[in-house]
Design a protein around this ligand. Structure first.
Ligand code: FAD
Length: 310
């Protein structure tokens, strides 16, 4: 029986499982689809790669955790494996693509925006640069309260919203400007910087998720339909198979940092690369987040700190 089951083999679930495995847990990942990747999945047909969702990733300043994993797995050892996107973003307007959107050159060439909107783009960028506490890892700290992305850009030229912000928010995150929170958007935009530095994966946007999955125990075609707490741990039901069991099932992102005994108990496949921040403690499990942690299945939180049992 695994110590922890992670539901979902998208980038977040696999990164969580990797962290837990590095901390010494026996982890199993259950994925409903028939392949890993989630919204970063890539289909392969007739020699073509078809990214079904995500298509680009910003530089390390924008996605520090992703780039730590990319480096840890050596995915960037080949300089062509995570290349810059030539031309980066273009704005579709008047029947053709206008390149250089979101980079300094675009302010000169226009990049599909009239002069008033370009001026407002500069004003918007200056405002973001001056804003403190814009941290993609802590978007809740952004000083934007309950503002939506639509609120954030309302004061500017409407073309900025319609031809730049809306396509970025919808294309990158699947967000609706009237409902998406401004904080995460502003934090990501500021950290991501010029689109001239944005990259993609030569071998498909699922490159990192495939690398993670290759080192983990992942079961695909396994939709979890119910998670319930049991005296011995957690039970997961699926029409795909008889119920699975685990000692713990945690939602992600983990609200605490797992620590573990120094020697991993179980690994499968090739040895994973060193964790970015291995932290060990004498006790098998402890966490730095608020107590009690949330538990799956709506059950009561455990009355004492859980111990990993064998
Ligand atoms: C159109 C589009 C374009 C995007 N473009 C970009 C981009 O260019 N750059 C970028 O960085 N990001 C982009 N994103 C965002 C990026 O894809 C997501 O942020 C990322 O995939 C989220 O990862 P996740 O693991 O949280 O969720 P997901 O990727 O959604 O993964 C969740 C996984 O859990 C599985 N699952 C869910 N419920 C169950 C269940 N009950 N049982 C078993 N399995 C389950 C799902 O099948 C899925 O595989 C884009 C998103 C979209 C939709």
């Amino acid at each position: 029986m695994p110590d922890v089951v992670v539901v979902g083999a998208g980038p977040a679930g696999l990164a969580t499982a990797h962290t837990l495995a590095r901390a010494g847990c026996a982890v199993r990942v259950l994925e409903a689809a028939d392949a890993v990747g989630g919204r970063m999945r890539t289909l392969r047909a007739d020699g073509c790669l078809i990214d079904t969702g995500a298509e680009m990733l910003p530089s390390a300043a924008g996605y520090p955790a992703t780039w730590r994993l990319i480096s840890a797995f050596g995915l960037d050892a080949d300089p062509d494996a995570v290349p810059r996107v030539r031309g980066a973003l273009a704005v579709w307007r008047g029947g053709r693509a206008r390149p250089h959107a979101g980079r300094p050159l675009g302010l000169l060439t226009g990049a599909g925006l009239p002069p008033g909107a370009r001026l407002d783009l500069l004003r918007f960028q200056t405002r973001l640069n001056r804003m403190r506490d814009l941290d993609p890892d802590h978007p809740e700290r952004a000083p934007l309260g309950m503002a939506t992305v639509a609120d954030l850009v309302r004061r500017y030229h409407p073309d900025l919203r319609d031809y730049l912000v809306q396509p970025i928010a919808a294309g990158f995150f699947g967000w609706d400007l009237d409902h998406a929170a401004a904080g995460p958007f502003a934090a990501h935009l500021k950290a991501s910087g010029s689109t001239g530095g944005w990259r993609t994966y030569r071998d498909g946007m699922d490159t990192l998720t495939r690398a993670l999955a290759a080192r983990l125990d992942v079961v695909t075609g396994y939709p979890v339909t119910r998670v319930s707490t049991t005296p011995g741990g957690v039970r997961l039901d699926s029409p795909a198979a008889p119920s699975s069991r685990a000692r713990r099932c945690w939602p992600y992102p983990l609200p605490w940092r797992p620590r573990c005994a120094p020697t991993p108990r179980r690994t499968s496949g090739p040895s994973p690369p060193p964790a970015a921040t291995p932290r060990c403690s004498a006790s098998p499990w402890s966490w730095t987040g608020p107590w009690p942690p949330p538990v799956c299945g709506g059950g009561s939180p455990p009355s004492s700190r859980p111990r990993r049992t064998r």
